[in-house]
Design a protein around this ligand. Sequence first.
Ligand SMILES: [Zn+2]
Length: 349
Amino acid sequence: MRIILPTSGPAVVAHGKGDLRIEDIPLTVPATDEAIVEIAYGGICGSDLHYWLHGAAGESILKEPMVLGHEIVGVVVQQAANGEGPAVGTPVAVHPATPAPGDVRYPEDRPNLSPGCTYLGSAARYPHTDGAFSRYANLPARMLRPLPENLDLRTAALVEPASVAWHAVARAGDVAGKTALVIGSGPIGALVVAVLKRAGAARIVAVDMHDKPLEIARAVGADEVLKGDDAGAIAAVDADVVIESSGSHFGLASAIKGATRGGKVVMVGLLPSGPQPVFISLAITRELELLGSFRFNDEIDDVIAALADGSLLVDPVVTHEFDLSQGLEAFDVARNSAESGKVLLNFQQ
Ligand SMILES: [Zn+2]
């Protein structure tokens, strides 16, 4: 089956700091291993906001216009010419990473750590890797994950950030029966709460500076919430496992204070580059295990299964949905973390 496709379509393009545009981009001929996916929903991520607000996300600096977006779902409208991957009409989630094995050593079973790894909508390398906030996107067949029948596209829009959360919780090992503390209850923090709940954590405490994120954290399974950064209250949690999802050194300081002796601290919130002032000596005297967490690997398949069987509850994390034509407003709402959780763009006409 062949569908007649247009020659261009609207996309969200970051041109530089403060310069975000909804504009038509040409639909190029896909490579033989690429399918054409009609995008249905896209979730706005912190990194998308950073490219817009600062022209950079961490060390990744925007050097030329780039299509944003890596949290995307859609329907295949043209199968890859080499016959690989899902057929026309298949709804799919997308694994945005392309590992790049090279001569730098990394654990074979952790391709997320491969040094040349590219990611959709990332300026980490040059030329940049365009994202898929566009009506149509050419995507390698190996990135596509068919959705089970009972998982709708809108819920599946959270597959990518939920996979980040799943990976972070997995880094802590078995959390069943344990006390868990989540610092920062933005979309990733809230999804971490949801994953902890599903994994059987006995007590989940969520921390944030604002009410709205804490409301969402409660809705996805937090047993207690703490507003602000009251060091005494955070230390009193005495958590076996702390997941730092705020990406600030204040958050990391709280994470260390909130961990019990011999506890684990997983750092998933991306800190700015450069030295970070943190009371780190506590990690020595309390023998804390500090664990980094970066993106994810095959956890995406577990997430899709858990969303489909209803064991992973994520719906409250989505607070807003905008049509692509209101994309700039959507980004404005998404930057306001006091008022919004995950903001979705709807690409369907
Ligand atoms: Zn993301």
